[in-house]
Design a protein around this ligand. Structure first.
Ligand SMILES: Cc1ncc(CO)c(N)n1
Length: 222
């Protein structure tokens, strides 16, 4: 007993590294990703973020305490006010209008991931739901750290994906990530080994669905 968030990543080390260091992420870091792949990802990420905002709203609904409600609200704010706000403007810069976004067909990888998280949250309790959400908020925070720590990373005007990296390394996003990790650390402290095994399964499933989401971008799969 006495688990922490880092025990989840340690328990799924191979899948976790495959998410953080995916070829799509390397392409973003080095500025070499094909623009068509990035555009496909951006469009699907718009749909993804809308469903993830719903998942944080579900977390709010499932909250018993003000502290839990605040944490759900933090996640919802990070998505609606920060990411989705920037996302729409960012899509416009990449030639994708709001009208295009409104008419997007949803790719299977987007459906699989978002519906998995919503189902896990409906079936389980608030901790199941936050664990299913962690590869997203915490994962992208760690991706920003990983990108910055790599020697091959290109920053500034030489990298067409500079604004994307900047969003995830921003203090606002990183603060939401730290709050999520702290919330998870506090809740994992008291779980039994059997419960931790269940949560590890959820964390691994969600991490593998993140990997599929990156791959969907690379393959431009629908
Ligand atoms: C697929 C995916 N995972 C995580 C994030 C970070 O919120 C995102 N924008 N998209």
């Amino acid at each position: 007993m006495g688990y922490r968030f880092s025990d989840l990543t340690a328990a799924c080390q191979d899948d976790w590294r495959a998410h953080i260091e995916h070829d799509f992420v390397r392409g973003l870091a080095e500025g070499t990703l094909e623009e068509g792949a990035f555009r496909h990802y951006l469009k699907q990420d718009y749909l993804f973020l809308i469903h993830f905002a719903r998942a944080y709203a579900l977390a709010a609904y499932k909250s018993r305490t003000l502290d839990d409600l605040r944490q759900a609200h933090e996640g919802l704010k990070a998505i609606v006010d920060l990411e989705l706000g920037l996302h729409v403007g960012y899509c416009r810069d990449w030639g994708i209008s709001e009208a295009d976004l409104a008419e997007l067909p949803e790719a299977r990888a987007t459906m699989a991931y978002t519906r998995y998280v919503l189902d896990t949250g409906n079936r389980g309790d608030l901790l199941d739901l936050h664990v299913a959400l962690a590869p997203c908020l915490v994962g992208y925070g760690e991706i920003a750290d990983w990108i910055n720590a790599r020697p091959g990373t290109v920053r500034g005007d030489a990298n067409p994906f500079e604004a994307w990296i900047a969003m995830y390394e921003s203090e606002e996003f990183q603060a939401a990530r730290r709050a999520e990790e702290a919330w998870l650390d506090a809740r994992l402290k008291d779980v039994t080994p059997a419960r931790f095994a269940e949560l590890t399964q959820v964390f691994r499933d969600a991490t593998r669905l993140e990997i599929d989401f990156w791959q969907m971008g690379l393959d431009r799969a629908d």
